[in-house]
Design a protein around this ligand. Structure first.
Ligand code: SAH
Length: 217
């Protein structure tokens, strides 16, 4: 695994200030981002870019989300210690680590086998307690639910009802919902006692698509 030296830590502090200037206010999120070494989730050839607010390729045609997007989704989730959080789209594992750093018990599903294997190995090197699963996130994890929070980190064509069923009453799901091919609207849905959803909208974002079934590699 790549080391985390003073230079990396310095670059991270600057990135955190940049996120603060872009409007991220949740100190728990900013502290977690300051603590998680983003560069270890990228190939070493991207080291120079790890602390810029950019998305980068992580293999299997996927990308690690922008730091701003990770910070924004993490803020919307309003994580409290020991909450059970389900993430759809493990990818590099970076977002999952930020949530775990905030004290969440994280369960994360990835549909691309190679990415799943690579990230599982990295998370174990990091001594992480995140539980990773290879599968179709549309199905959730019925045996591990219900969850306090669900986070979708890919562009969803619709609100997946199966995931809503795995959400606790009072629980929230954050989901970038496709408006068209180009961009998605960030939604936060809170499950009410009668099962209905309170809907809040938080602007446009761009994610790779949430697909069905397992990936080809
Ligand atoms: N959270 C990731 C972002 C990865 S990009 C990170 O921090 O790096 C989105 C990921 O969602 C991709 O890895 C993609 O393969 C995965 N994905 C897309 N559809 C999925 C599905 N139905 N189930 C599980 N993962 C899915």
């Amino acid at each position: 695994m790549q080391e985390d030296n003073y230079r990396h830590k310095g670059m991270r502090r600057i990135m955190v200030e940049e996120l603060r200037n872009k409007g991220i206010k949740d100190e728990n999120v900013l502290t977690a981002i300051n603590n998680v070494p983003r560069h270890v989730f990228l190939d070493s050839s991207f080291l120079e870019f790890a602390y810029q607010d950019k998305a980068f390729p992580i293999g299997s045609g996927q990308t690690i989300s922008h730091p701003y997007t990770v910070a924004f989704q993490s803020s919307l989730l309003d994580i409290k210690k020991n909450m059970k959080v389900l993430e759809i789209g493990t990818g590099s594992g970076y977002q999952a680590c930020v949530l775990a750093e905030m004290g969440a018990k994280v369960f994360s599903i990835e549909r691309q086998r190679k990415l799943y294997m690579k990230t599982k190995a990295l998370l174990s090197e990091l001594n992480s307690r995140i539980k990773t699963f290879l599968g179709d996130g549309n199905k959730g994890l019925p045996t591990y639910g219900p969850f306090d929070r669900i986070l979708i980190t890919a562009a969803a064509p619709e609100i997946p009802q199966t995931l809503i069923e795995q959400l606790k009453v009072g629980g929230m799901i954050v989901i970038p919902l496709c408006e068209n091919e180009d961009h998605q609207t960030m939604l936060r849905l809170t499950k009410q006692e009668d099962g209905s959803l309170l809907r809040e909208e938080y602007g446009d974002f761009k994610f790779v698509p949430m697909l069905k079934g397992l990936g080809e590699d």
